[in-house]
Design a protein around this ligand. Structure first.
Ligand SMILES: [Zn+2]
Ligand SMILES: [Zn+2]
Length: 194
């Protein structure tokens, strides 16, 4: 695997123990922070980590037209809205860092955005360095701000992240809130807001 690819994967890793390194299933190598997942064909990374069970629920399929990302608002320095500017966070106790709340009955599984943390997975606290501002307290984006793509809400912070991928295009309409995207060399899914 190319160095370039590897550093790109590192950019998309999360901070929790299960997600702080790329992982592979033999066919693809993945990186995810729980809200956005990217993958590259090939599994030749040194360590094979067990895939999170949720991965089988992801729909890596292009179910419609791919469109370029919309023009994003200009980057301005702002107080980090994940940690409130203090640079440290605590994993959200309500959703356990996932950003979503799950509830299942015999027949159905329900999932919705965690209100406690606005689906960021973190609240201001003192446990970990804030993953968004890396402890600086200021960021060039407001993570929680949402942007519309064809009427579907997505978080600006994630779109900025995606905008750095070469040749990025995203599906016009998501399937089950999963926005499939493609870029030069790989593809992935961004979870939309409910
Ligand atoms: Zn922060
Ligand atoms: Zn939460």
């Amino acid at each position: 695997m190319e160095e370039k690819t590897f550093s790109l994967l590192a950019d998309f890793c999360g901070v929790t123990k299960q997600l702080n390194k790329p992982f592979c299933d033999g066919k693809y190598t993945y990186a995810s922070d729980g809200k956005v997942i990217v993958r590259f064909p090939g599994g030749e990374i040194t360590e094979i980590l067990v895939c999170s069970p949720g991965i089988s629920k992801l729909r890596f399929e292009q179910s419609g037209e791919l469109v370029p990302l919309p023009e994003l608002p200009k980057e301005t320095k702002a107080i980090c809205d994940i940690c409130g500017g203090q640079g440290k966070v605590t994993i959200c106790p309500e959703c356990d860092g996932d950003g979503n709340i799950y509830y299942s009955t015999n027949n159905h599984e329900y999932e919705w955005n965690c209100k406690e943390c606005d689906s960021a997975g973190y609240i201001p606290g003192d446990e970990e360095v804030c993953p968004e501002c890396k402890g600086i307290g200021k960021v060039i984006t407001n993570f929680k701000k949402s942007i519309n793509i064809n009427g579907h809400k997505l978080q600006l912070g994630y779109l900025r992240k995606l905008s750095k991928l070469p040749g990025i295009k995203i599906v016009a309409h998501p399937v089950e809130y999963q926005h499939y995207f493609k870029f030069d060399g790989g593809d992935g899914i961004l979870m939309g807001m409910r």
